[in-house]
Structure formats: structure tokens, C-alpha cells
Design a binder for this molecule. Structure first.
Ligand code: HEM
Length: 194
């Protein structure tokens, strides 16, 4: 057991093996030739990457940002030089994976155009997709460029660094706000509607 849990890669692999065993017991491997299985599989990949993205967004907003003022200055580099760059790597690529799997899923479901045009009966998922696309844009084109300045990955004047940190923080808060109606819409399409 220790050999598995001491390695993140082996831990994730163990999770995948458990899924494969469940699929074997349920006879799901017999459905690999069916399109409906691959649509379901894409939905699973989409939710996995979405949880990683929004989990990290909520980590930044619920844990890291409120904790920074409580950390003594000499310890702050542990966050800004080590933890934040690593978290931001997974954050922005999880956002990309969520967008790609979400767009593929909407395409496989055959309603991508109608959903983006907010046509019935795809209004809920259409709004959810637009909210999430705005959030993805914010991650890649506002939060990440500003975080590079704030964390010293790109060298800028002190005033610009402070302004960049503030812009990244406010945009991250904006995305946290949008994540709530976005997730409502994501799950509404299959369930209660809007
Ligand atoms: C980035 C752009 C995104 C696009 C284009 C997108 C697209 C989609 C589509 C097409 C569906 C299927 C809806 C249906 O027919 O039931 C879906 C479902 C879902 N999405 Fe997204 N999504 C995006 C972002 C996210 C994010 C950030 C999350 C966060 C976790 C998320 C979580 C979910 C969940 C939980 C479902 C419901 C799965 C189910 O009911 O089986 N999505 N999304």
C-alpha cells in the first residue's frame, strides 16, 4: 500500500484500475463499440478535469488568498515561489482540458451550435458553457499573465507587480462567483432544467 500512496502517479493509476475493475464486473467492456459509451466516457473526463480546475480555483480563494496576510514575510516565498506556480500549472491546464472535453462532449451530443446559440431545450447547458468559456478566457488571458508578474516569473516594477497581483486576485474572485451559476447550469441540463 505504502508503495502506491508514496507516489502521486501510482495513486492516480490505482484509481483508474479500480474503475477498470468496476467496468469489468459490470460488463461495460462489451459496450466499447457503442457511441453512447464514448459520450459517457468524455463526460467522465470532463467532470474529472472540471473538478481539478474548480478545486484549485476554490483552493486559491478559500485557502491561499485569505492566508497570505497571516504568513510572516520571510515565509511568503514558500507560497509565491513554490506552491503557487505549481498550483497555477495544474489550474490553467485543467481549465484547458475542461474546455476541450466540454466542447467535444457538446459536439458528441450533437447540440453544440444550438447550445451556444441558447436555443431550447439547450438553454441551461448553453448558459453554463458561455459562463465557463468566460472563466477559461480569464484564466489564460488575465489571471495567468498577471500572476507571472505578481510571482516574479516576469520581472516588472514594484507598482506594476502590485497592480498585477490585485488584478489576478479580483479576476479569480470574479471566476469564483461565476463558478456557482456555471455549475448549476452544467448539472441542470440533465436534471431539473433551469
Ligand atoms: C469550459 C467550458 C465547458 C464546456 C464547453 C462544458 C460543456 C459541458 C457539456 C456539453 C455537458 C453535458 C451536459 C448534458 O448534456 O447533460 C457538461 C456537463 C457537465 N459539466 Fe461542463 N462544460 C464546461 C466547463 C465545466 C466546468 C468548469 C465544470 C466544473 C466541474 C463542469 C462540470 C460539468 C458537470 C458536473 C456536468 C454534468 C455531467 C452530468 O450531468 O452527467 N463543466 N459540460
Amino acid at each position: 500500500m505504502g508503495a502506491i500512496f508514496q507516489s502521486l502517479g501510482r495513486t492516480v493509476l490505482a484509481g483508474v484500475v479500480i474503475v477498470a475493475v468496476m467496468m469489468g464486473i459490470a460488463g461495460t467492456f462489451g459496450k466499447l463499440g457503442e457511441m453512447s459509451f464514448w459520450t459517457f466516457f468524455m463526460r467522465w473526463l470532463h467532470v474529472l478535469s472540471g473538478v481539478l480546475w474548480i478545486g484549485l480555483l476554490w483552493y486559491f480563494n478559500f485557502v491561499q488568498i485569505p492566508s497570505m496576510p497571516k504568513i510572516p514575510d520571510e515565509h511568503k516565498p514558500a507560497i509565491s515561489k513554490v506552491i503557487a506556480p505549481e498550483a497555477l500549472f495544474w489550474f490553467r491546464w485543467a481549465a484547458m482540458a475542461t474546455l476541450v472535453t466540454g466542447v467535444l462532449l457538446a459536439g458528441m451530443n450533437g447540440y453544440i451550435g444550438k447550445a451556444l446559440a441558447l436555443q431550447a431545450p439547450f438553454i441551461a447547458i448553453g448558459i453554463g458553457m458561455w459562463l465557463a468559456i468566460v472563466m477559461w478566457f480569464n484564466v489564460w488571458f488575465i489571471i495567468w499573465p498577471n500572476q507571472k508578474k505578481a510571482l516574479g516569473i516576469v520581472t516588472v516594477e514594484a507598482a506594476e507587480k502590485a497592480a498585477a497581483a490585485r488584478m489576478a486576485m479580483l479576476t479569480s474572485r470574479f471566476n469564483t462567483m461565476l463558478s456557482i451559476p456555471m455549475l448549476y447550469c452544467m448539472v441542470a441540463q440533465q436534471n431539473a432544467g433551469l
